[in-house]
Design a protein around this ligand. Structure first.
Ligand SMILES: NC(=O)c1ccc[n+]([C@@H]2O[C@H](COP(=O)([O-])OP(=O)(O)OC[C@H]3O[C@@H](n4cnc5c(N)ncnc54)[C@H](O)[C@@H]3O)[C@@H](O)[C@H]2O)c1
Ligand SMILES: [Zn+2]
Ligand SMILES: [Zn+2]
Length: 368
């Protein structure tokens, strides 16, 4: 079929919204009609050419939600008409990692996905017979996409898809960092560095876990106000003396849990040092620049602090995205506050500009 899609033709250039061909789903694959898709930093990161593992041409986009249009042979967990959230982190439920119950990093289709191919090593996207690669296994800046069944979370049909799409990446990453990676305990003191989509999600996750004190640190007053709305009890301006301030306000100990959601290694260091001696856990969600390293004095670790990395918030997509959406539908997570701009697919480059200007939290593409 012929579809409209936003193609990254060349790094550093605006995306080209154009017609491409999409083949029918093969075994284990599903054709999804996109209804909504968020514009995330990772799309921009790849488009800019900074990402060393990037490739072109490709159809970007990975924060999608839509409706199952057709299923390929052997698909059993999804049916036509189901509402789904796309997962750049699949959950096969069969590999060593899925079965371990200890990680959400499924091993099933990693290699092919990282290179822009569907699990059988080919693409369904093409133009004039030339293959176009699938970005993050999702390619959701498009009217339709073909994805593996194991990379789609079936969600309740009454959840608005423009909100559901945010659970495909940033929001789940933040919520999950607090709920699944750190498993914040009741009455804990938490510090969240960064109040973008990921940090605000972490604030909400800490609140859902019953944290007593949630300190959010950012440079932007506007974003700190959003953190308050998501449940932060304290909002502080970022600065070099922030670790000292956190220690002062916790009787010299530090916070039970800290979260880094900026992607800046200096802030990661602050998040480690602000964690409590004895048991403080620092969860790193931000993605640092290529080649950057995190500087930690070993004494901070000897004193009982721990560091955990978190990819997609540790969320097992097919099992837990539907659970998070249930909590949204129960009124426990204010997702609508994050949708700052609604745009069309043709306006996708404006979505990038808004993000670069830090104008709002999320632009959501609405299809049709
Ligand atoms: N681990 C994952 O699976 C995953 C998924 C999505 C995004 N990410 C990463 O998470 C990070 C955050 O994503 P986002 O969409 O929320 O980004 P964002 O740019 O919207 O938010 C980052 C925030 O950090 C703030 N900030 C800047 N300097 C600061 C400082 N010194 N102290 C405190 N805050 C500071 C900024 O003002 C901004 O509000 C990025 O690095 C992104 O790549 C990771
Ligand atoms: Zn993302
Ligand atoms: Zn798996």
């Amino acid at each position: 079929m012929r579809i409209r899609a936003a193609v990254l033709e060349e790094f550093g250039k605006p995306l080209n919204v154009t017609d491409v061909d999409l083949d029918e789903p093969r075994a284990g694959e599903v054709l999804v009609r996109l209804v909504a898709c968020g514009v995330c930093h990772t799309d921009l990161y790849t488009a800019s050419g900074v990402d060393p593992s990037g490739y072109a041409p490709t159809v970007l986009g990975h924060e999608g939600a839509g409706v199952v249009e057709r299923i390929g042979p052997g698909v059993t967990s999804l049916a036509v008409g189901d509402h789904v959230v796309t997962l750049f982190a699949p959950q096969c439920r069969e590999c060593e990692h899925c079965r371990s119950g200890r990680t959400n990093l499924c091993l099933a289709i990693r290699e092919q996905q990282n290179q822009g191919y569907l699990p059988d090593g080919t693409t369904r996207l093409s133009r004039d017979g030339e293959p176009i690669r699938h970005f993050m296994g999702t390619s959701t800046f498009a009217e339709y996409t073909v994805m593996p069944e194991i990379a789609l979370a079936k969600v309740r049909p009454d959840a608005p898809l423009e909100a559901a799409c945010l659970f495909a990446c940033g929001l789940s990453t933040g919520l999950g960092a607090a709920m699944y990676t750190a498993q914040v305990r009741e009455a804990a003191t938490c510090v969240v560095f960064g109040a973008g989509m990921v940090g605000l999600g972490a604030v909400a996750g800490c609140r859902l876990q019953g944290a007593e004190r949630i300190i959010c640190v950012d440079l932007s007053e506007e974003r700190l106000a959003m953190a308050t709305a998501q449940g932060a009890t304290d909002v502080w301006q970022a600065g070099p003396d922030i670790v000292q301030r956190i220690q002062q306000e916790t009787r010299g100990f530090g916070a039970d849990y800290t979260f880094e959601a900026t992607g800046l290694v200096k802030v990661m260091q602050q998040a480690v040092e602000a964690a409590r001696m004895g048991w403080g856990l620092c969860t790193v969600a931000g993605v640092a620049g290529k080649g950057e390293t995190l500087d930690v004095i070993p004494r901070w670790l000897i004193q009982g602090r721990r560091i955990a990395g978190s990819s997609f918030g540790g969320v097992r997509g097919r099992d837990q995205v539907p659970q998070l959406i249930d909590r949204y539908m129960a009124g426990e997570i204010d997702v609508d506050a994050f949708i700052s701009h609604r745009i069309t697919l043709a306006e996708v480059n404006r979505g990038f500009e808004l993000m670069e200007a830090q104008d709002g939290i999320r632009s959501v593409i609405q299809f049709g």
